[in-house]
Design a protein around this ligand. Structure first.
Ligand code: BF8
Length: 670
């Protein structure tokens, strides 16, 4: 077995390091050690392998080599990429579809325990699509809205209706370029059809459809998922939460919910607070039930209910390694198969709940909306019954406070209050140069890079450069653990202009905007910034970038593509699935060039794969400055701001009274 990395090299998170040491001592493998033991196939990783038919797989490793059918390396890379994008779009959008069915069930009182929590958002969303709202009950509106959303998945012709949320200019471009998605399912099916043996073979043409497919995700399925989650469970607003493995509790029944859809996890929150469940836990000798989350489910219940996040993607196994998790309840996406064999070493029950996901060896309890609360209680009781089986535990004493919950509605409100809600102050701060630009830092962990390191390194560097950061997914949890999501406490680490803005408005410098489907919130924020005026009239003109420093999932590739098609510059670090070239010369492949300059010409946005975090930061800042210059905004000057504001107040408040007076009034007397 090749020599692996040390825990410090595997993760930047001290809680993760502690669990990796424990894993080593117990002789248990994890994604980290498996990554060390299984180097990636360098042919597949670079997109040089085609296994789309039974004549192959064909590995194109020699200069000028073609597959059995004659396929070139460019065609193979484009095909592999669009297939990944289609799978990512399918995952997000199927989540959106399930949410739409839940909305329908709730409107018809067929979903036990669910209610429409945010009627104002329901009315606002319905109004976008000209659904009558006046004089109608929430159930009537929700019923019609659910039908409209459900119809978007199987629609055969026309345009997915939710794309009206993009700017007019962008929609005109998409129409002109023929990429307005017709129906969400149709675009995914067509992506698969085009890549069957003997179909679409021109790389650029294949990737043009990748754009259409991804738009059906970002502006379609994902946006639908976000809107319905807000309608059903409440639009997030800031609250206090905690993150990292230290949120697990020694004296309570620890139930970790892991996956993506908020339907079951929200019901678990409700069930855990019922007297029936708390009494059941007490009878088992526990202090109660302690719920926490992993991955995007964590983000969903963290930003709405303040339920703590036990960690991000690479911490799912580490949570079980504490020995303190009585049940891990999973639904869909990003769930490692390794959980079951790992759980067998401890007492943890792995419980699958979705009709789409079974794992050999796991217990299955089928989630059904019409019995949602009952099922949630049953699952909690299973966990409580398992509490007595706990063996020796080791919970890292590491956790960090954070303030999540920055929905685009709240960002709008916080900038102007109830009566003047608007993006004007944010645009003004960017125009003046107090804020240099905006970065969306999103996506996964990948055990092939040091866990959380790239996320936090890039975030920290951009904050120092006065770049306001919005985060989702596992990236947001990485920042939370590092303390970047704290109100003013995190402000010592940011540039002077950005600090002034954060102090004035009372926000952290990194805004937690939710789960991965909630990247649609970032699209909405960017669109509203464009519509507010002063920063151009579309996303491609805003000084903004998107970064995924530790990406690994196909969903991330879909996200990248719809951001590019919306006008954003997106930089990925780590794996580059289109980098391979037989007899490689030190230049980009045809597909790499097309994703960069080709897409930039068409969409004003581009996708690049960059390994070095400093180069990633350099390119991000260069792009932001280029966009500032194109808008005629003043050149960014780090010394221009920061002399005023609450930062000075805090400095003064820290002084002894006499010195403070001297500093303020120029004398020490009263
Ligand atoms: O959807 S960021 S590892 S958890 S794929 Fe998965 Fe990646 Fe985490 Fe959420 Ni998104």
């Amino acid at each position: 077995m090749p020599k692996g990395r040390t825990p410090e090299e595997q993760s930047a998170d001290p809680a993760a390091q502690e669990m990796l040491i424990r894993a080593e001592m117990l002789g248990i493998d994890t994604a980290f050690s498996r990554a060390d033991a299984n180097p990636p196939c360098n042919i597949g990783a670079a997109g040089m392998c085609c296994k789309l038919c039974g004549m192959g797989p064909c590995r194109l490793t020699k200069d000028g080599q073609r597959g059995v059918c004659g396929a070139t390396i460019d065609t193979i890379q484009a095909r592999n990429l669009i297939r990944a994008i289609a799978a990512g779009s399918a995952a997000h959008s199927d989540h959106g579809r399930d949410m739409a069915f839940t909305l329908k069930a709730v409107a018809n009182h067929e979903a036990e325990g669910f209610v429409i929590r945010d009627v104002a958002k329901l009315r606002r969303v319905a109004a976008f699509y000209e659904i009558p709202i006046e004089g109608r009950s929430p159930d009537e509106i929700a019923n019609q809205l659910a039908d409209l959303f459900i119809s978007q998945f199987g629609q055969q012709r026309g345009e997915v209706v939710t794309l009206i949320r993009a700017t007019e200019r962008r929609r005109a471009l998409w129409r002109e370029q023929g990429v307005m998605p017709r129906g969400i399912d149709r675009e995914v099916v067509e992506a698969l059809h085009r890549t069957h043996i003997g179909d679409d073979q021109e790389p650029e043409h294949i990737l043009h459809h990748a754009v259409r497919t991804s738009l059906a995700d970002g502006w379609g399925g994902s946006l639908i998922a976000t809107d319905i989650s807000d309608i059903l469970f409440g639009t997030p607003a800031p609250l206090v939460g905690q993150a990292n493995l230290g949120v697990l509790k020694e004296d309570m029944v620890n139930v970790v919910v892991h996956g993506h859809e908020p339907t079951l996890s929200e019901m678990m929150v409700a069930a855990s607070q019922t007297r029936e469940v708390t009494e059941y836990a007490e009878a088992a000798g526990a202090g109660g039930v302690n719920l926490s989350g992993i991955c995007c489910t964590a983000n969903e219940i963290l930003m709405r209910q303040g339920i703590p996040a036990a960690g991000n993607f690479l911490q799912q196994e580490l949570a079980i390694l504490t020995g303190a998790v009585d049940a891990m309840v999973v639904d869909v996406q990003c769930i490692m198969q390794a959980l079951v064999s790992l759980a067998e070493r401890f007492h943890t029950k792995i419980i699958t709940t979705s009709s789409k996901v079974r794992i050999t060896g796991a217990m299955h309890v089928q989630f059904e909306e019409h019995r949602a609360l009952t099922i949630a209680k049953d699952i909690l009781k299973l966990a409580i019954d398992n509490y007595k089986n706990r063996g020796e535990t080791q919970i890292p004493d590491v956790r960090e406070d954070l303030i999540p919950g920055f929905s685009h509605e709240y960002v709008n409100y916080m900038l102007g209050g109830s009566y003047r809600a608007s993006f004007r102050p944010l645009n003004d701060a960017i125009m003046a140069g107090r804020i240099r630009g905006v970065a969306g830092i999103v996506g996964c962990n990948n055990p092939r890079s040091r866990h959380d390191f790239m996320h936090t390194y890039v975030t920290e560097a951009l904050l120092k450069q006065d770049v306001l950061v919005a985060e989702t997914g596992c990236g947001a949890i990485a920042s939370a653990k590092r303390g970047f999501l704290l109100g003013e406490a995190g402000l010592d680490q940011v540039g002077p202009g950005l600090r002034e803005v954060c102090e004035t408005i009372g926000i952290p410098p990194v805004l937690h905007m939710g789960s991965c489907v909630d990247n649609s919130r970032i699209l909405t924020v960017l669109t509203q910034m464009a519509q507010e005026g002063g920063l151009g009239d579309d996303i491609d003109q805003i000084p903004a970038v998107g970064l995924a420093p530790e990406w690994m999932s196909e969903k991330a590739l879909s996200i990248a593509t719809y951001f590019v098609a919306s006008g954003a510059y997106v930089i990925f670090a780590g794996a580059n699935p289109v980098s391979g070239m037989p007899g490689r010369v030190p230049e980009s492949t045809r597909v790499e060039k097309y994703l960069s300059s080709g897409w930039e010409e068409r969409w004003g946005g581009k996708l690049e794969f960059v390994d070095d975090p400093d180069e990633m930061i350099r390119r991000a800042l260069e792009h932001i400055d280029k966009k500032r210059a194109a808008l005629g905004l003043p050149e960014y000057d780090p010394n221009r701001f920061g002399a005023s504001g609450d930062g000075r107040t805090r400095e003064l408040e820290a002084l002894p009274m006499l010195e403070r007076r001297a500093a303020i009034y120029g004398r020490s007397g009263g």
